[in-house]
Ligand binder design. Structure first.
Ligand SMILES: NC(=O)c1ccc[n+]([C@@H]2O[C@H](COP(=O)([O-])OP(=O)(O)OC[C@H]3O[C@@H](n4cnc5c(N)ncnc54)[C@H](OP(=O)(O)O)[C@@H]3O)[C@@H](O)[C@H]2O)c1
Length: 243
């Protein structure tokens, strides 16, 4: 028996249209799952060279910052086994010091996690399924230019713990992954600037960036029967960054 074989399982990756979520979605597909992803754009706008491989995935456009749209969104499958919440956004140039910007980031990075979790809670309770959230190591330290990002990610860690506790008796596990630095469109401002990249690498004991595949490994583990007695936890996957 292979505990990392997801054949016959259905997976929805919110924010699975690009970056880390896309890597997670493709990792589940490679291990036999039927996978749907949500993103913000028209399907034709996504390109492999930008970190968006929709091959073999069912795609739907759902703006999860709108909780009414989340509640009304059609379920991708008749039943759901695994819900991955990988949506996220950030504002640079002090945008998060304006209340509109602050609310926008918290709306995507925290409020929408709750909206999506609630939307699919009945399906997950019916299947005995589980949730994996993607927060960030920014949950655990200050982030000078990004108060909404840091606060929302700390909130995501707390939400993961609380839903894990609340839904344990329903047979639904809720866990999370907190990535360090991964090159995606969210982090281009750092990873495509040689000076900033070099400074970032200095702070990572493993001396390399993380990849979507690195994050997917932890998500697969948490979603699998190997993690059957783990709930409410967020696993830091950062090459030692926070040590
Ligand atoms: N990259 C890192 O170093 C890093 C580190 C720590 C944590 N994280 C977290 O990892 C997660 C994935 O980020 P990423 O780095 O992979 O960046 P990304 O490539 O920009 O992926 C973000 C995903 O969220 C989706 N999304 C954003 N706003 C949305 C909305 N309102 N409704 C629906 N979907 C929405 C995006 O859709 P589109 O494809 O349509 O834009 C995309 O699929 C985020 O939660 C991020 O905070 C990333």
């Amino acid at each position: 028996m292979n505990d990392l074989d997801f054949t016959g399982k259905t997976v929805l990756v919110v924010g699975g249209s690009s970056g880390i979520g896309n890597g997670v979605a493709q990792a589940f597909r490679a291990r036999g799952a039927t996978v749907a992803v949500w993103g913000t754009r028209d399907q034709g706008d996504y390109r492999k060279e930008d970190g968006s491989d929709l091959t073999g995935l069912t795609y739907a456009r759902v703006d999860v910052s709108d909780s009414v749209a989340v509640a009304a969104a059609p379920a991708p499958f008749d039943s759901l086994d695994i819900l991955v919440l990988a949506q996220g956004t950030v504002l640079y140039r002090r945008g998060e010091f304006e209340m509109d910007g602050f609310r926008k980031v918290v709306g995507v990075n925290l409020d929408s996690l709750m909206a999506c979790a609630m939307r699919f809670a009945p399906d997950l309770k019916a299947s005995g399924g589980n949730v994996v959230t993607i927060s960030s190591t920014a949950a655990y330290h200050a982030a000078r230019g990004n108060p909404a990002y840091a606060a929302s990610k700390a909130g995501a860690v707390a939400l993961t713990a609380t839903l894990g506790q609340a839904w344990a008796t329903d047979g639904v596990r809720v866990n999370g992954v907190a990535p360090g630095l991964v090159a995606t469109k969210l982090t281009r401002v750092t990873t495509e600037n040689p000076d900033r990249l070099a400074a970032s690498l200095k702070g990572i004991p493993m001396h390399r960036l993380g990849t979507p595949a690195d994050m997917a490994g932890a998500v697969l583990f948490l979603a699998s029967p190997l993690a059957s007695y783990i709930t409410g936890q967020t696993l830091i996957v950062d090459g030692g960054l926070t040590l």
